[in-house]
Design a protein around this ligand. Structure first.
Ligand code: PHE
Length: 344
């Protein structure tokens, strides 16, 4: 029996030597140390042996069991280390590899400037309202003192939605001024509002003209509003956006829905007033039209011009963005050239 045990030990250990995978190791364990293994059977049969033999065989069998068990533990550790090392090597990350850049989006320069403009007026107590791009002739023209026969219609090359071109026709609004009427119909004075939005013109494009652009309309109606309030508001606006130093020109202009009408221009950013292609060699760029709300316009909004007065202004956002950033061609904004857009 002792000889059989010795043989068993040699066989088991040499088989263990051959094992080089964790799965094989498990079958080795079942085969040599499991319930049905020879060793277990021998250990179980010890009771049937005579005392002397039982002692010897028992000691020997237990010693073999311990040897096999410790061989198993060691082999397991060894195989696990190899397994870990190879999988680390296979799945390894090279932490020194530069990452793939994630392109970060940003606001287009026009909405950026639009937001800035709105913030300036919000800080002065103006509320923001929006209205439709497709507008009735009534709001875009009639209610603003521009009846069908009026030559001022020529100021606004119009894109018509309805082909008739009469009072009941729809069009793409040519300015944000129709919002003045819409707001007066809804709100009672005191009113302090700005109305940003897109406007459309049937026009050939060039460095300062686009067929779609953004405007911000302003309207303030209250008792005792004067031209000085308008001038103060617009000068403050210009200071906030262009700084103290930038020259501002404030002079008369004509719009049928204001009386008197004014126009504000800013010193050209490209040539600093000496004259260039951008400013048409005048040194100035017009950024807005404004004036005191015409009494007939107030009446159309059901506001009594004997009690209330108001001012209105409308500015072109692209023009302001051009002055802000020194851009000399309005068409760049809508060409979607990333080299241009990435600069903002
Ligand atoms: N709506 C005018 C334009 O587009 C600007 C303007 C607005 C003028 C309000 C006076 C008052 O040219």
């Amino acid at each position: 029996m002792l000889k059989q045990l010795k043989e068993l030990r040699r066989e088991a250990l040499s088989e263990l030597n051959q094992v080089n995978e964790l799965r094989e190791l498990n079958s080795w364990r079942v085969h040599h140390l499991g319930k049905k293994s020879k060793l277990t059977q021998i250990l179980r049969s010890l009771a049937t042996l005579p005392l002397e033999e039982r002692k010897k065989v028992g000691a020997q069998a237990n010693e073999i069991k311990r040897a096999l068990e410790s061989g198993l533990v060691e082999k397991k550790k060894f195989l696990e280390e190899i397994h870990l090392a190879t999988s680390l090597e296979r799945e390894g990350l090279d932490v020194t590899l530069p990452g793939r850049p994630v392109p970060i989006g940003r606001l287009h320069p026009i909405p950026q400037v639009l937001e800035e403009i709105c913030d300036v007026f919000k800080n002065m107590g103006f509320q923001v309202f929006e209205g439709p791009d497709v507008e009735w002739d009534y709001y875009n023209f009639e209610a603003l003192n521009i009846p069908q026969w009026h030559p001022a219609r020529d100021m606004f090359a119009t894109l018509w939605v309805d082909p008739e071109m009469d009072k009941e026709s729809r069009l793409l609004r040519t300015h944000t001024s129709p919002m003045q009427i819409r707001l007066m119909e809804k709100k009672r004075p005191p009113i302090r509002a700005i109305m940003p939005g897109r406007v459309y013109r049937y026009e050939a494009t060039d460095v300062t003209h686009e067929s779609m652009l953004y405007q911000v309309e302003g309207l303030a109606i209250d008792k005792d509003i004067t031209l000085a309030d308008l001038k103060g508001t617009l000068f403050e606006f210009s200071r906030c956006l262009f700084g103290e130093e930038r020259k501002v020109r404030f002079r008369c202009d004509y719009f049928p829905f204001v009386e008197p009408g004014v126009e504000v221009a800013i010193e050209c950013s490209a040539c600093h007033g000496t004259g260039c292609r951008l400013c048409g060699y005048s040194g100035w760029i017009e950024i807005l039209g404004a004036g005191m709300t015409h009494p007939d316009v107030l009446k159309r909004g059901d506001i009594d011009p004997e009690i209330y007065s108001g001012f209105a202004f409308g500015m072109g956002v692209e023009r302001i963005a051009m002055l802000r950033y020194g851009i000399d061609d309005i068409r760049l904004f809508y060409r979607n050239d990333l080299r241009f857009l990435k600069q903002f």
